[in-house]
Design a protein around this ligand. Structure first.
Ligand code: SF4
Length: 379
């Protein structure tokens, strides 16, 4: 029956409602384990999610990339693999599409003597290819699989992304897939294939092969354990700051609150500043000196980038074109308008007390490292 409403239609809201109503239903509580796709992301973010923290009020979940991936997986990759299995009879395609399964390293509802959950890691692979010859991946540099199977993982990518190797987070995810598959089933894959499919041109497919590494699987297990045994998020590194994913994080405010709370107090006492344990930790593995070298390298790289940018602009100017393109690259050179800013003196001249309308931004950290006897200083 049609529901007649006097409200004007909002198509975005219709899509959002459809997404909310048709989201994938998982057979397990995903907050009880650390998922394979999260294990090598920011652990602090994973911690907030599992400890009842609310996303920032202004955070909006974007469903586009996730649904794009589902479409490509379910309508392109799964049918193609089933075709390879049933029509071409090249292999068996297991645990894919509707037969996907989630693997766990233990039962998250069982607890050990210390009250820790037995299972902390889970993963849902896109499939397992089985019944192949040991040289099945020779085209991709693996002459001997050592077994008759390998894992399959599918990623859809933005066409602008240029990959020379698989992304670190996906590499880690496949390590967990292989590790848990080996640990919990009769299959012992030594390799995983990651298919990166260009979301604009579906025939643009990049293939990367990942070799199982027991050490990396163990690291993933340790990371998962850390999330469930830590009670203080400030003890978890802010990995989003390092991999540049903070801008997509739903817990930016909570993370800032944690950081502010963990900030050491003002230390005026010279004795504390020169405490051997503190100094020892800062000099351990040449931490301060490695930072100094990194700052120098970044400065040098920035100078080189600026120089190359100027050269490119000069070439475009010489040829009178603001765009250029080749098979795998394109260049565009435009002039952006300056940012609009409020004219403070004009507001004051109009009799407006600007100070009444000022608001304080979020606090931020400043780290300064100075080398007295050396020729430079950085901040
Ligand atoms: S804001 Fe960044 S560092 Fe903090 S939890 Fe989120 S992703 Fe991690």
């Amino acid at each position: 029956m049609l529901t007649t409403t006097k409200e004007p239609l909002d198509f975005k809201a219709i899509f959002q409602s459809w997404v909310d109503g048709t989201n994938k239903k998982w057979g397990h509580d995903r907050n009880k384990t650390l998922g394979g796709s999260e294990a090598f992301g920011c652990l602090r973010k994973a911690w907030y999610k599992r400890n009842g923290f609310e996303p920032d009020p202004e955070y909006e979940e974007s469903w586009g990339a996730l649904r794009r991936g589902d479409i490509i997986e379910n309508h392109i990759v799964v049918p193609a693999m089933e075709w390879g299995a049933k029509e071409l009879k090249l292999f068996e395609f297991l645990m894919g599409g509707e037969n996907q399964i989630t693997l766990f390293d233990g039962d998250p509802d069982d607890f050990d003597d210390n009250g820790r959950p037995e299972g902390v890691l889970s993963v849902t692979p896109d499939g397992l290819i089985r019944g192949v010859a040991r040289n099945a991946l020779a085209k991709y540099g693996v002459v001997d699989l050592g077994t008759d199977c390998f894992m399959l993982e599918v990623k859809s990518i933005d066409p602008r992304v240029d990959l020379s190797e698989e992304k670190a987070i996906h590499h880690g995810q496949t390590q967990i897939q292989m590790g848990l598959m080996r640990q919990t089933t009769a299959f012992k894959p030594n390799y995983a294939v990651i298919l990166y499919i260009n979301a604009s041109f579906l025939d643009d497919i990049e293939v990367f092969v990942v070799k199982f590494d027991e050490k990396k699987f163990k690291i993933a297990q340790d990371r998962a354990e850390l999330v469930f045994k830590t009670t203080d998020p400030s003890k978890l590194h802010r990995e989003g700051v390092i991999d540049g994913t903070c801008q997509y994080c739903p817990y930016q405010q909570s993370c800032l609150d944690t950081t502010v709370k963990a900030m050491p107090g003002k230390t005026t006492d010279k004795k504390r500043q020169t405490d051997p344990a503190l100094v020892g930790d800062l000099l351990k593995d040449e931490l301060l000196f490695r930072r100094r070298a990194a700052t120098k390298a970044a400065k040098k790289a920035k100078e080189e980038l600026d120089r190359l940018n100027e050269e490119i602009k000069e070439v475009l100017r010489r040829h009178g074109s603001n765009k250029a393109q080749g098979n795998s690259w394109s260049v565009s050179y435009t002039m952006a308008q300056g940012r609009q800013t409020l004219d403070k003196s004009s507001l004051e001249a109009a009799g407006i007390d600007v100070s009444e309308h000022m608001k304080l931004g979020n606090p931020y950290e400043i780290l300064k490292v100075t080398f007295k006897d050396l020729d430079d200083e950085d901040a």
